[in-house]
Design a binder for this molecule. Sequence first.
Ligand SMILES: [Fe+2]
Ligand SMILES: [Fe+2]
Length: 200
Amino acid sequence: MNTKQTLLMQELFKQAEPYLKMRNDFIHTRVAHDFALMLLEKEGGKRNIVEPAIILHDVGWSALKPEDIAQAYGLKATGAKARQLNRVHEVQGAIIAQEILSKQGYDKATIHQIVQIIKRHDSGKNPDTTEEKLVKDADKLWRFSKTGYHYEMQRQATTHAERCAFLSKKINSWFFTQIAKAMAENELQARDKESDDGFL
Ligand SMILES: [Fe+2]
Ligand SMILES: [Fe+2]
């Protein structure tokens, strides 16, 4: 493990934290970052792009009001208004990330690559680099993790059956790497098992 990179990522988490408070996204970001590290190990890709992009990808929610966030995110958020509000968090997130990364001394070309990923982490349908694929996959994997599954069930006021049906329907279309898809399938099986065992 590269200590310099690890220390820099700790600093980025610190910088991101105030912006992640709006939607209570710090734990989401931590879990997604852990998934990103696992994916980097299996798939390759540039750590100096993937790690900052996943740490900063949701800072833009800080630019929206709570009532707008409720409209923009979740199972029940559909339609043009939801898309437009979701887009705000991508665009504002890119602006905030650019400021944070500049202050940390990142060069322009690296900032550009990171910010491009943040700018379309939800709306982009055709990621053209390994780094973008890994960020998108790590972001989605959160929903399958034990923490994320429970958290989203509460946040979105859904039942286990609704949550499970939604995620299993999405598994084929959401992921860009086979390894992320396999990880999601394993996680979902574990959530199902926990439900059968009465933990959910
Ligand atoms: Fe997001
Ligand atoms: Fe996210």
